[in-house]
Design a protein around this ligand. Structure first.
Ligand SMILES: Cc1cc2nc3c(=O)[nH]c(=O)nc-3n(C[C@H](O)[C@H](O)[C@H](O)COP(=O)(O)OP(=O)(O)OC[C@H]3O[C@@H](n4cnc5c(N)ncnc54)[C@H](O)[C@@H]3O)c2cc1C
Length: 427
């Protein structure tokens, strides 16, 4: 029986590489903390504008969620359009969703213009309804998004579902043609390549321990010495540690984890995933899944609520089998996890506190948002008029939270119960 490898499937083709320089510079124009998509998204425009940029990364650049994710270009917001309308009013709700459309299109244009080799596939995403009531909900939400933001969504009745997915599990669903998939590890590798080519310097194995304001500048204290920076951008998202305490108290790190199967036969893949598209489903603890870019394997992910990694892997396998009973005997090849970041209000943020710029809180949808928000952070440094609706609200504090998410098991159990009571429960 083949061993399941405890590392991201993506690393087989694009494992993050170390970044090591002999010594840190004494001074820099911009220090960017965190070397994922956000960090690279900020580094590129700054370096191209002639700024000296140091990306300071605790591990290898890309070691965080940016080389571990599902690669689905959802640009998702956790709050539905209707929820945003009731919280912020119609105009601002439209602005949030419209920015998602722009950010996704911008990523595609960027991949094309810069010729990024990241297996981007323009395949669409099917969202499966776990109950008939969810199907009505999906249909209503598709209608709202079309009417107010112009987003095209196809409504798929259960009778037509097999053209989308070889599964009996769902009660119909919706298909978003504007969402696609890419190889997340390759995307990071390519973002790093263009940032370094533009002159950004990456310092791996270098943890930021403290940031002190010195007049209009900052002393960024790291495990390898101190850098005096004119500007600081914090891009640490779900990996925020005690070196960035202001952000750490404002985002809850949640484990998202994935499995990959061994290759399946072309015939079986054709039956299960006839369009080779991306997938999601409607449960509170629903799963996302997709084919590997070469179309031979199934990859599925979800939130972790088992402490034991073996039990967590088996739960993901059970979810996959509940969708596709045909793969009950298929071996897994990889199992891995990473951290995503949730702010209290479940909206991504660009914020400034005490002169330091923070771009984070992508709620598990940073393939589109992280690079976008990194670029917006760069615009702030460059003094460009480059607005984002995500900068309008402050990063809220989270009551009784200092960075240790003691309440997460309770929340996960609450969501499990909610799914069970509404007929969407799994193991
Ligand atoms: C399993 C999984 C599946 C996902 N699937 C999807 C998906 O399909 N679609 C989607 O849109 N999104 C998905 N996401 C979310 C997406 O990956 C993230 O939102 C995105 O990668 C965040 O990028 P980032 O650069 O902000 O953070 P990260 O890539 O997490 O990088 C943060 C970096 O900060 C560094 N760091 C932290 N503290 C310090 C310090 N003190 N000093 C120096 N460095 C520090 C860390 O080492 C880390 O490398 C998924 C995430 C996971 C984990």
């Amino acid at each position: 029986m083949p061993e399941t490898m405890d590392r991201p499937f993506w690393w087989d083709a694009a494992e993050p590489q170390p970044a090591e320089y002999e010594s840190l510079p004494k001074t820099i124009d911009v220090a960017i903390i965190g070397g994922g998509y956000t960090g690279m998204g900020a580094a590129l425009p700054l370096a191209r504008a002639g700024r000296q940029v140091a990306v300071i990364e605790r591990d290898r650049p890309g070691d965080g969620a940016s080389s571990r994710n599902g690669g689905i270009t959802s640009g998702n917001l956790r709050l539905s359009f209707a929820q945003l309308v009731s919280k912020f009013g119609m105009d601002k709700a439209k602005a949030f969703y419209a920015e998602g459309v722009t950010a996704r299109a911008d990523l595609y244009a960027f991949i094309k213009a810069e010729k990024l080799d990241c297996d981007y596939q323009d395949v669409g995403r099917f969202s499966g309804a776990m109950t008939p009531g969810d199907f009505d909900g999906l249909r209503r939400s598709a209608d709202l998004l079309h009417r107010h933001v112009g987003i095209e969504t196809e409504v798929i009745q259960r009778a037509d579902q097999f053209a989308e997915i070889g599964s009996e599990l769902y009660h119909g669903g919706t298909r978003r043609p504007d969402i696609g998939g890419l190889h997340p590890g390759k995307l990071h590798r390519e973002l790093r390549r263009v940032a370094e080519a533009a002159g950004a310097k990456l310092y791996g194995g270098t943890a930021v321990i403290d940031i002190q304001r010195v007049g209009a500048e900052f002393d960024v204290k790291t495990s390898r010495g101190t850098i005096r920076a004119k500007h600081v951008i914090v891009a640490t998202n779900g990996y925020s540690d005690k070196g960035v305490p202001w952000l750490r108290k404002r985002v809850v790190p949640v484990i998202s984890e994935m499995i990959a199967t061994q290759p399946l036969s072309p015939n079986l893949m054709q039956t299960l995933m006839p369009k080779r598209q991306m997938h999601s489903e409607t449960a509170a603890l629903g799963h996302y899944y997709r084919p590997s870019p070469d179309g031979t394997r199934l990859l599925l992910g979800g939130r972790r609520y088992h402490n034991d990694p073996g039990a967590a892997r088996e739960r993901l396998r059970a979810a996959l089998v509940s969708i596709f009973p045909e793969v009950a005997d298929t071996e897994l090849s990889h199992h891995w996890f990473g951290f995503v970041a949730f702010p209290m209000d479940q909206l991504p943020k660009l914020d400034i506190h005490d002169g330091i710029i923070y771009a984070a809180g992508f709620c598990g949808s940073g393939v589109v948002w992280a690079r976008w928000m990194g670029a917006k952070a760069a615009s702030l440094v460059l003094g460009l008029e480059d607005k984002t609706v995500f900068a309008e609200d402050r990063f809220p504090t989270i009551p009784l939270y200092n960075g240790t998410p003691w309440f997460l098991p309770l929340m996960m159990n609450f969501y499990r119960l909610k799914d069970n009571l509404s007929g969407k429960g799994r193991k």
